[in-house]
Write a new protein. Structure first.
Length: 607
């Protein structure tokens, strides 16, 4: 079995690499786009023909792959031929891996330690691979198709007069008054004739923070109403539910704007016309930010946020599964009230309500237009707390809604079921993959050095698989470039920011899974004095410890042996370990820039 399985891996990996080249080339070469079907057939045929004489089973597997590609193209006609080929080969490689790992574990020559390691890897791969594959597909779909069926731009004329009445809900808790006042000033400039603004300050203890906002609302006129409520349970969701109770009866639409968001004058005018569709319950506008251009840390965070809109969220919107994000969105008031308002038990009440709206038969949409700008957290700890909340919430949604999502009596489409389930399970799968990947690979490396095993995969196959894995960053770059016009530098900075939150996301996923009532952390928007660097690093001591442990293990193993499968394992461990160093690097970068900013501010005051 090992010989033909080795050839199957080799053939699939070579075909995958060739198809990746075709997918990348068709972005810039019209000739490739014209003949992509024939080129994909050639990409399948080269490894199949070379393996036909030596291992007919391996050649047959590639033939099966070609049949699968044809079936995929017929079922999902929006995929172009290289896109269908890439999806097919990825599925076949995953299947081959699931076959290979148990084979290694159960082979007669395998020692007990390697057997256990291989079975753990197989179990983890079986659990995490489907969800992670969905996420990868959503990120890369812009490369796999040429057209979309659902537009993401405004498809109605802007409405400035005689439109439905809109009430803007602006919740705030212990916010800097000048930040909130600037947001209110932007709202006062809205080019729309029928709106009001309700500011709900909940549980702020210091009157110096909310009194100036209250006074400014009075200055702005009758359209702006301010409520200070203390105590008020339920965090932001509780504040939004309170706002519903004091909203004027003739209000048809609810707009959500966070306290630090400065909207464009045509924010409402660009959106309200979409609600001519009676089944439309929510419109989410693309996010944008301000004040990040001159700060490297904020620049990283910006491109981390930015990539997802034109890739993952675009694909979710295509399937009617787009969710709201708590700011820069407009919802139909009657639909919100029909499904019971905002859920105070969920840390992401904004995305959770969309699950209930879709279950009730309503739709949602995404607008890839920047209609306002917010603030990015200045400190890494605040950035991590924000992402912690964004991971815990979807897991809570999964725990609460998995039964209705699987029940056929609800109004979910198959794609909505899958994507809503994966919205939470994907966080869990990613956490499981991270928890298993580094320690299990380290154990495999140590075991292979202590008692070398003859793996049923040749060095050529290992190299081909490594090249295939290495092509994924190129595909991600091409997708980000095709969808959002991102450069290599911009994507790289975003990936660094995302990697710095790796450990945070793992902890958050398990917190959402096992904690009965997770803590809700607000995002600090006050100017902060940074701690000393050693104190700042305490926040990421776990990441430091994990990264150092993995790197030390690799260095020790490289000194002993670094050939064949061992080199592949060593590089894998080094890759996973290096990801954990992104967090300390981000902490130090943010700390240094805050220190420089504080020194400059003090110098300006002296002048």
């Amino acid at each position: 079995m090992g010989i033909w399985l080795d050839d199957v891996f080799t053939g699939l990996a070579i075909a995958f690499c060739l198809v990746v080249i075709v997918v990348l080339a068709r972005q810039w070469l019209p000739l490739v786009r014209r003949w992509d079907c024939a080129i994909c057939l050639l990409a399948y045929g080269v490894p199949a023909g070379s393996l036909l004489t030596s291992t007919p089973v391996a050649a047959a597997s590639l033939s099966v792959g070609y049949v699968m590609m044809t079936a995929v193209r017929r079922r999902w006609r929006y995929l172009h031929p290289p896109g269908a080929a890439l999806v097919t080969l990825a599925v076949l490689l995953s299947t081959a891996t699931l076959v290979w790992l148990p084979y290694v574990a159960l082979a007669p020559e395998t020692d007990p330690v390697t057997c256990v390691i291989a079975m753990i890897m197989a179990a983890g791969f079986l659990v995490a691979s489907p969800s992670l594959s969905i996420a990868q597909y959503l990120k890369l779909e812009a490369l796999l198709r040429d057209t979309w069926s659902r537009p993401c731009r405004a498809f109605v004329e802007p409405v400035h007069q005689s439109g439905p009445k809109v009430c803007v809900h602006l919740p705030c808790y212990a916010e800097p008054p000048d930040v909130v006042i600037a947001s209110l000033d932007a709202l006062s400039q809205l080019d729309y004739d029928s709106f009001e603004v309700i500011v709900i300050d909940n549980n702020t203890k210091d009157p110096a923070l909310w009194r100036p906002v209250e006074a400014h609302c009075r200055e702005l006129g009758d359209r702006f109403r301010f409520f200070h409520v203390d105590p008020l349970e339920g965090g932001k969701a509780g504040a939004l539910n309170f706002a519903l109770t004091v909203t004027s009866p003739d209000t048809e639409l609810i707009a959500l704007v966070d306290a630090d968001w400065q909207v464009r004058a045509d924010f409402l005018a660009r959106i309200v016309g979409h609600f001519i569709d009676p089944q439309l319950a929510a419109v989410q506008a693309q996010w944008d930010y301000r004040g990040w251009h001159d700060r490297r840390f904020l620049n990283r965070c910006y491109w981390d946020y930015r990539e997802h809109f034109s890739t993952m969220y675009r694909s979710m919107h295509e399937r009617g599964a787009m969710f709201t994000m708590g700011t820069m969105c407009v919802l139909r008031r009657s639909a919100v009230e029909e499904v019971g308002g905002w859920s105070t038990w969920c840390l992401t009440e904004d995305s959770e309500i969309i699950v209930r709206l879709h279950a009730a038969g309503y739709s949602s949409t995404l607008m890839l237009e920047d209609l306002g700008q917010g603030l990015i957290p200045e400190r890494f700890t605040d950035y991590a707390k924000q992402r912690h909340r964004w991971v815990v919430g979807p897991v809570q949604e999964l725990k609460r809604h998995w039964r209705p999502l699987l029940r056929r009596s609800t109004a979910f489409s198959p794609a909505q079921r899958l994507l809503h389930l994966n919205h939470g399970f994907g966080q869990i799968a990613g956490a499981i993959g991270t928890v298993l990947a580094l320690p299990v690979t380290m154990l495999a490396l140590i075991s292979q050095i202590a008692q070398p095993q003859v793996m049923p995969v040749s060095e050529n196959t290992t190299l081909a698989l490594a090249v295939g894995m290495g092509s994924m960053p190129l595909l991600r770059l091409a997708a980000a470039r095709a969808a959002a016009g991102m450069t290599v530098r911009q994507l790289a900075t975003g990936v660094l920011a995302s990697a710095s939150l790796h450990y945070t996301c793992v902890v958050a996923a398990f917190t959402g899974l096992f904690a009965s009532k997770p803590t809700w952390w607000r995002t600090n928007k006050f100017a902060t004095i940074p701690p000393t660097r050693l104190r700042a690093l305490r926040a990421v001591r776990a990441e430091l410890a994990i990264g150092l442990t993995g790197t030390t293990t690799v260095v020790a193993c490289l000194a002993i042996d670094h050939t064949g499968v061992l080199l592949f394992l060593e590089v894998t461990v080094l890759f996973w370990s290096a990801r954990f160093f992104a967090a300390p690097a981000a902490v130090l970068l943010a700390d240094r820039e805050l220190s420089q900013g504080s020194c400059q501010l003090a110098l300006n005051k002296r002048k």
